[in-house]
Design a protein around this ligand. Structure first.
Ligand code: TXA
Ligand code: MG
Length: 354
């Protein structure tokens, strides 16, 4: 159904009450609302209302077998959405909430099947953003919310991104500016011991390991030892329109030789080439490839900055009609693993370093 999409600016630190109430009325009326979190923008609906949740799937074009995260305003509401909650979940909540950690627990009857894609577990988190928290509180229900982008596209880190993807499909976007972390939450399955990371994200595996002592990692994430991967081998996700060539090394010298070679051979027919690079590499690219589209993601020394600028950078390449994007790896430490996971899925081709 076509509808007009309103964008309402809202103070990210001290959200205006009238604006939050207007959004909460939509949620209570079974509508969807896009809102900022500390990771990416979410598209929320009443998590207890199957018909409202169905609107999320249709607005995004998301397949029904992909479960949603339920957002709470406090850990004390866990018992409204989950049962048989392991003690470790409360301890993790105490330590990491509000924050970018999503915990998978056994679901309560109250959560309709379409939220969890028919599974008997539910993913839950308390976001660390005043607008998200105020909206959940004013709606008086938990919000089921995936990232507010078109299915399989790049997640939105500002209101404009949401508008580009979902205009005329949702009634309201709360515009609280750019999100700070820029990659999604870490998803941790707590239904077994040790807990298992299903998706790396804002809370690093090192932090979880330190806290839990033991944590396992979903095997598909451990791709470091894989041979050269070819297009189409991985689930397509987080993808820009342009072909992303992702070089699996952090070494600047190797990357430059790889780029020089690809430029002359593999992508010599590509009309408009873009590089998403670190600030430290800008002068070299300016000198050798003045005509390329270059976007700096920040300093190689600052992974927070790289993560925070990543999705906006990928989207800007599409806006500039780039045909081929080049990018290198950022290692597996801290946020580096979340960045790698997303680029692996976004890539047209992953190139193993020599
Ligand atoms: O940072 C975030 O997590 C953002 C903001 C809006 O909170 N949300 C987000 O949602 O990234 P989405 O739908 O794009 O990703 C949800 C992830 C998917 O990988 C999904 O498979 C996983 O959570 N998930 C949800 N429910 C699950 C469950 N019951 N068991 C295992 N994985 C689950
Ligand atoms: Mg998503």
């Amino acid at each position: 159904m076509k509808q007009k999409t309103t964008i309402l600016p809202v103070n990210a630190l001290a959200p205006e009450r009238e604006i939050i109430e207007q959004a909460a009325r939509l949620i209570q009326g079974g509508q969807v609302v896009a809102f900022p979190t500390e990771t990416v923008y979410g598209l929320g609906a009443n998590a207890f209302d199957a018909a409202a949740v169905a609107r999320i799937f249709s607005a995004k074009g998301r397949p029904a077998n992909d479960p949603l995260i339920v957002h709470l305003c406090a850990a004390r509401d866990l018992s409204k959405v989950a049962v048989d909650i392991p003690k470790i979940v409360f301890q993790l909540g105490e330590k990491f909430w509000p924050g970018p950690l999503t915990l998978v627990v056994p679901k309560a009857q109250s959560i309709p099947a379409n939220v969890t894609a028919g599974m008997d577990t539910v993913a839950v988190r308390v976001p660390n953003h005043a607008v998200a928290l105020a909206l959940i509180q004013a709606s008086r229900v938990p919000l089921a919310a995936p990232s507010a982008n078109k299915f399989s596209g790049v997640s939105p880190t500002n209101a404009r991104h949401v508008y580009q993807d979902l205009k005329n499909k949702i009634p309201l976007i709360l515009d609280g500016g750019s999100t700070s972390i820029g990659v999604e939450s870490t998803v941790l399955d707590c239904t077994n011991w040790p807990p298992q990371v299903l998706r790396p994200g804002g809370v690093s595996i090192e932090e979880l390991r330190l806290f839990l002592g033991d944590v396992s990692v979903y095997e598909k994430l451990d791709k470091e030892n894989q041979p050269v991967l070819s297009p189409g081998m991985l689930d397509k996700h987080y993808s820009p329109r342009a072909r992303l060539y992702y070089y699996l090394s952090t070494d600047p010298q190797n990357y430059r030789s790889f780029f020089t070679n690809s430029f002359q051979n593999e992508v010599s027919d590509c009309q408009n080439i873009g590089v998403l690079i670190v600030q430290e590499d800008l002068p070299w690219f300016e000198e050798h490839y003045p005509a390329l589209v270059k976007i700096s993601l920040g300093s190689r020394e600052n992974l927070d900055q790289i993560a925070s600028n990543l999705y906006a950078g990928l989207r800007e390449m599409d806006e500039k009609n780039v045909g081929c994007i080049f990018m290198h790896d950022f290692g597996a430490q801290g946020l580096g693993l979340a960045i790698r996971d997303r680029l692996m899925r976004a890539a047209y081709q992953v190139i193993q370093a020599e």
